[in-house]
Design a protein around this ligand. Structure first.
Ligand SMILES: C[S@@+](CC[C@H](N)C(=O)[O-])C[C@H]1O[C@@H](n2cnc3c(N)ncnc32)[C@H](O)[C@@H]1O
Length: 375
């Protein structure tokens, strides 16, 4: 939470940063793509990359923005929580709609990307009254809402503000909540984070590299039976029984070493099936290393207390393990009267969006509305 009472610091001179050196005409490596890492400055170059259906390095393209805005229906003065802030694409759109008078809490587990996103949103003019960034797992949303309310309450009494002067005084509950699950393109595309099947990098996969253990250490410790169960549960892996004994307890320090071992274990698979299998194993490992399902289960359990009466909630999922959990929680909430309404069916991206951004293809959107009348 930024110190909102501190005076703005005088602009420090920006130190000169030498452009990364690369061989050939165009940069190929993630860290060398300096134009893509600075889309505001190199708009034309970045527009060409976007038009080709690719995601510029170090950025993320928000998915199903129009659909999400329609179901969340953000209004001026409302409190919003973007529980997976990422690059801030959805947050930026929501911030525009809740201004003036609203406040968006942006949560993300990633300590590397969060400060960059906070700086980008600040540079767009969203000050601390309107936007606060929180390095937090979304399982801790209730605590974050309480901490924000406490800050505003202290300031309110210090400045003797009337309740109507700041919407964020009511931040113990949110009027709208968004979660766009999984990893961002910044995380996937950066070889140093070790999520990528495509690039060589350390086998890490942690959204927060300051906590827990990297995928390499995790794989080394797990027993074959536990790994077989996990591959089936986390990514519906049909070859789980064969893959588990070949991978569990082994030491793979890099992404390519693991991918090669998966392919070598299933030599009869065609290239497309082998690629899909590698992707599924990577997904299952990522879910396990980041304990994604237990965070999602806690989040879904906490949601009703985090939403104000009449509040709206939207969740974007990217595989069946996530979607099953969201659907089950929403259906149970509707039955128990916690939710007044839920999405009658899943909403998918348009063919046009999938064509323009193939990474949107697996997305599924579900929404729910908390029972009770809005304030
Ligand atoms: C798909 S990206 C979100 C992109 C974002 N909507 C945008 O428009 O840029 C998912 C983000 O959620 C974060 N994340 C995933 N699981 C999380 C969790 N349990 N708690 C907090 N952040 C999480 C990831 O670090 C990543 O930045």
């Amino acid at each position: 939470m930024p110190d909102e009472s501190a005076p703005a610091a005088a602009a420090a001179p920006v130190p000169h940063k030498r452009r990364p050196r690369y061989s050939g005409k165009n940069p190929r490596r993630f860290e060398e793509k300096y134009k893509e890492h600075d889309p505001e400055r190199y708009r034309e170059a970045v527009a060409k990359i976007l038009a080709s259906g690719k995601t510029p390095a170090g950025t993320h393209r928000p998915i199903m923005v129009a659909e999400i805005l329609e179901v969340l229906a953000p209004q001026p003065g409302e409190i919003a929580a973007d529980c997976t802030l990422g690059y801030g694409g959805h947050a930026r759109e929501i911030l525009q709609k809740i201004s003036p008078g609203g406040h968006l809490l942006g949560l993300d587990a990633d300590p590397i990307e969060l400060p960059k996103t906070e700086a980008r949103l600040r540079a767009l003019g969203f000050g601390p009254e309107t936007f606060s960034a929180h390095r937090s797992n979304f399982a801790g949303l209730p605590q974050v809402l309480v901490s924000v309310a406490a800050v505003y309450d202290r300031r309110k009494s210090a400045k003797k503000m009337r309740r109507s002067q700041t919407a964020a005084t009511a931040a113990t509950g949110a009027d709208l909540i968004l979660a766009d699950l999984g990893v961002s393109s910044m995380q996937i595309d950066d070889p140093a984070r070790g999520f990528s099947v495509k690039h060589e990098g350390p086998l890490d996969m942690r959204m927060n590299p300051q906590r827990g253990q990297p995928a390499s250490a995790w794989l080394q410790k797990i027993a074959p039976t536990a790994l077989a169960e996990l591959l089936a549960e986390n990514s519906d892996e049909p070859h789980a029984a064969v893959l588990a004994p070949a991978l569990a307890g082994k030491s793979f320090s890099t992404t390519r070493q693991l991918a090669a071992a998966i392919r070598a274990t299933l030599p009869r698979l065609g290239p497309d099936d082998a690629d899909l299998t590698v992707r599924r194993v990577f997904q299952a490992l990522r879910i396990a290393v980041n304990d994604e399902f237990s965070a999602l289960d806690t989040f879904l359990r906490n949601l009703p207390v985090c939403l104000n009466p009449g509040g709206r909630m939207a969740i974007l999922t990217f595989h069946s393990g996530e979607d099953r959990r969201v659907k089950k929680a929403f259906v149970a909430g509707l039955r128990e009267g916690v939710y007044a309404e839920i999405s009658p069916k899943v909403i998918r991206p348009t063919a046009e969006e999938i064509h323009g951004n193939p990474r949107s293809a697996p997305a599924k959107l579900r929404w729910a509305r908390r029972s009770g009348a809005a304030n």
